[in-house]
Design a protein around this ligand. Structure first.
Ligand SMILES: N[C@@H](CCC(=O)N[C@@H](CS)C(=O)NCC(=O)O)C(=O)O
Length: 209
């Protein structure tokens, strides 16, 4: 398998965690977002959305959208599961994952940030404040929804942790005050000690700068 990835991309980071948790080996194909490599024809032919991640399977099929990729991996490689078996517990895990992936992440993503900076002409400090605001707003809600033990919903990582840990990386990058979110910080600390999360971290990727 080949993972088209950018070391600092949190959507790519989610898929790297999922692959590591499942013990699936893959080759990283770096797509440098700042250099605009995602908009080059070769990559757009794989992902018409021009975003990372994309996962090319051994038979050549290409999957896009991190949650679709992660759910595919969970269906094809059921162990260890990313969701609990109880429907109510599954709904709680999915709610936490969606809060991060659908409500927080899109607002601080490269495309919208660049539009605000380059097209609207907002100052970097204004855009950074926007990014911090939406991360902190989402984290304030998430802090009420999780019960670290040590992961968001128990002793094993779930889809919620797979989404949350990369978002904490982003939060730190944009200097969100993590002291306000002790439960989220505790989950992140537990993840840093887990080999799959450690292997997926931006700093150890082949394209890390
Ligand atoms: N919902 C998508 C988001 C993918 C996404 O936005 N990736 C970002 C990096 S984290 C990207 O490639 N941005 C490039 C751009 O917006 O131009 C997913 O979960 O895969």
């Amino acid at each position: 398998m080949q993972l088209y990835s950018y070391f600092r991309s949190s959507a790519s980071y989610r898929v790297r965690i999922a692959l590591a948790l499942k013990g699936i080996s893959y080759e990283t194909v770096p797509i440098h977002l700042v250099q605009g490599k995602n908009t080059e024809a070769a990559f757009v032919s794989l992902n018409p959305q021009a975003r990372v991640p994309a996962l090319q399977l051994d038979d050549g099929e290409v999957l896009i959208q991190s949650l679709a990729i992660i759910n595919y991996l969970d269906e094809v490689h059921p162990q260890p599961p990313f969701l609990p078996s109880d429907p109510l517990a599954r709904a709680r895990v999915r709610a936490a994952a969606d809060l991060v992936a659908m409500d927080i992440h899109p607002l601080g993503n490269t495309g919208p940030r660049n539009y605000m900076l380059k097209t609207i002409g907002l100052k970097l400090e204004t855009v950074d404040e926007w990014t911090r605001h939406w991360i902190a707003t989402g984290f304030a809600a998430l802090e009420q929804m999780i019960a670290p033990a040590p992961f968001c919903f128990g002793p094993q990582p779930t889809l919620a942790d797979i989404c949350l840990v990369p978002q904490v990386f982003n939060a730190r990058r944009y200097k969100v005050d993590m002291g306000k979110f002790p439960k989220i910080a505790a989950v992140d600390a537990a993840a840093q000690n887990h080999s799959a999360f450690a292997a997926a971290a931006p700093a150890v990727q082949p394209d890390a700068e």
